[in-house]
Ligand binder design. Structure first.
Ligand code: C2E
Ligand code: CA
Ligand code: CA
Length: 499
């Protein structure tokens, strides 16, 4: 680090660099502090040295303009510093004035409405992980997709709105903060040069409050966006022969997976204990990765979260599942179908309507459909979740609470939510064959559910002993490897007909 270190020191006063290698948190704070100064003084670019692309991305989010990943010598750093300086100079007169001009237009628009005491809101939209989109589709196609996204945003925002773009962000002034149109416009995949491109997005919105000025409103919207982008990205670790597939790599691959037909759905039988009959199935998503082979649902959803494609993926899986089930042969015609909803689905404004339209369009009867939601999917905004579930029930679907017994306030959910089924989590099913104390808990849950008129279905039943104990406690249905794991349609038909 000797020569490199001294080259860094010399430059430290002007435009960095900030060395984040092995000290990412401290470096993030430094970038933020530098950013604050820079706004005051109109200073130039900021170079950071990072260990990984993921770190570099966080630093760029915090305000760095240039990065080097694991530089090997002082020469590289000096060159990068020169580029950072040159770019700032090149950009300063025209490009920055143009940026300022657009921002000023937004500013004027908001200020005008605020002065006239008309309702308005500022919206900040960030397209997520464009590095992944670039890597998946190439720069030119990614740029075309971003431009199309911009057009969609403008169309969804309507005529009485203003849209300004800065890099991967869009800033809007709108008359009201209804994000349904915007969110819907962005969650649909784009067609670019005959290829399906999916862009993830995060949205921050701030509605005008008494005493607001345009600056405050824009700042609140960008702060809200930062909240929406807070880390929480799940780590995906998929073992492969030569080590581990990087989470970023999977997230890039996911961009192609839908178009390539790699996403599929399997059906796991649900059995009525009294008769041993298969009365329904739960749809479970699978990703058959071109290189890595079959991946589980957990890897699939973690990759989707990372690429901010959760909603797009969820839409796709629901459509695929309903289409499959609507075309089932006659022998499966009496089965119920259970679909998993994600927490993001539940939180979506107007989701019940969207979902019911999708069901009706598929031709699968509402009356044979169950949706499964987890407690963690409803922890925020219980009222909203309850209203959604009530609407789906009112429309003829049934509702199940999934993974019951893994959360913290389970009994409160049972009381507050309109439910048809409770799915007893695997962990409780394992418990039932264990110590007498564990059994007491399972017995209690089943008793309470029964008293509330909620049917109980046990998940993850693997042994005859577990089944016998569940039966003795009054559990009505089960699902698990004891009968069958998730099956393809042919295997399902064979199993149902062969009974
Ligand atoms: P889940 O809804 O609790 O699904 C049950 C999981 O338990 C499935 O894992 C299933 O394969 C597994 N399983 C079934 N029987 C047994 C058993 O006897 N023993 C054990 N040890 N495991 C059993 P899978 O398919 O990997 O799904 C994991 C989770 O991913 C699901 O948990 C669900 O939360 C989510 N998921 C799966 N498919 C979808 C989907 O299409 N949409 C949504 N939104 N979520 C999905
Ligand atoms: Ca489930
Ligand atoms: Ca479950």
């Amino acid at each position: 680090m000797g020569r490199l270190g001294s080259a860094i020191m010399k430059q430290q006063q002007s435009s960095g660099p900030i060395d984040a290698r092995g000290r990412i948190d401290a470096a993030l704070a430094e970038v933020a502090a530098y950013q604050g100064q820079r706004q005051g003084q109109g200073r130039g670019g900021l170079l950071v040295l990072a260990d990984t692309l993921a770190d570099a991305e966080r630093l760029v989010d915090a305000g760095a303009t240039h990065f080097l990943i694991a530089p090997r010598g002082a020469g590289e750093v000096v060159l990068a510093l020169r580029a950072a300086g040159a770019l700032t100079e090149r950009r300063s007169p025209e490009a920055r004035a143009e940026g300022r001009g657009e921002a000023a237009a937004l500013h004027r628009w908001l200020a005008g409405r605020l002065q006239a005491h008309q309702p308005c809101a500022a919206v900040a939209i960030a397209l997520s992980r464009l590095d992944l989109v670039n890597a998946a589709h190439g720069r030119a196609r990614a740029d075309a997709a971003i431009a199309t996204a911009g057009e969609r945003i403008a169309a969804a925002a309507g005529e009485r709105a203003i849209v300004v773009r800065t890099g991967d962000r869009f800033l809007l002034g709108v008359e009201d903060g209804d994000l349904r149109l915007l969110a819907a416009a962005l969650s649909r995949a784009l067609e670019v040069e005959g290829t399906r491109v999916m862009l993830g997005s995060r949205i921050g919105v701030a509605e005008a409050m008494p005493g607001d000025d345009a600056d405050a409103l824009i700042r609140r919207a960008t702060d809200a966006l930062d909240d929406a982008r807070a880390p929480g990205a799940a780590a995906v670790q998929v073992a492969e022969a030569d080590g581990v597939a990087s989470p970023d790599r999977l997230a890039i691959d996911l961009h192609h997976a839908v178009a390539a037909g790699e996403i599929d759905v399997l059906f796991q039988p649900q059995v009525e204990i009294a008769t041993g009959r298969i009365v329904g199935v739960e749809a479970l998503a699978r990703w058959t990765h071109g290189r890595l082979g079959p991946l589980g649902a957990d890897a699939l959803f973690a990759a989707a979260d990372r690429a901010d494609l959760g909603l797009a993926l969820s839409d796709h899986i629901q459509e695929l599942t309903l289409a499959r089930a609507a075309a089932w042969p006659r022998s499966l015609g009496a089965l119920r179908l259970s679909l998993n909803l994600t927490a993001a689905d539940v939180a979506r404004a107007g989701f019940a309507r969207t979902f019911l339209d999708r069901v009706d369009a598929s031709g699968f009867p509402r009356g044979r459909l169950t949706v499964e939601v987890t407690e963690s999917g409803m922890i925020h905004e219980l009222d909203h979740a309850a209203a959604l579930l009530a609407e789906l029930r009112g429309a003829g679907c049934r509702v199940a609470i999934d993974d019951f017994g893994t959360g913290y306030s389970s009994l409160a959910y049972l009381k507050a939510l309109p439910l048809d089924y409770l799915k007893l989590d695997k962990a409780l099913v394992v418990d039932i064959a264990g110590a007498p104390r564990d059994r007491v808990v399972v017995r209690g849950v089943i008793d309470i559910a029964r008293a509330l008129g909620i049917a109980v279905i046990a998940e993850g039943v693997e042994t005859p002993a577990q089944l016998a104990l569940l039966t003795a406690e009054g559990c009505g249905w089960y699902q698990g490897f004891l009968r069958a794991g998730p099956l393809g349609e042919d295997a399902l038909v064979t199993m149902v007909e062969g009974r």
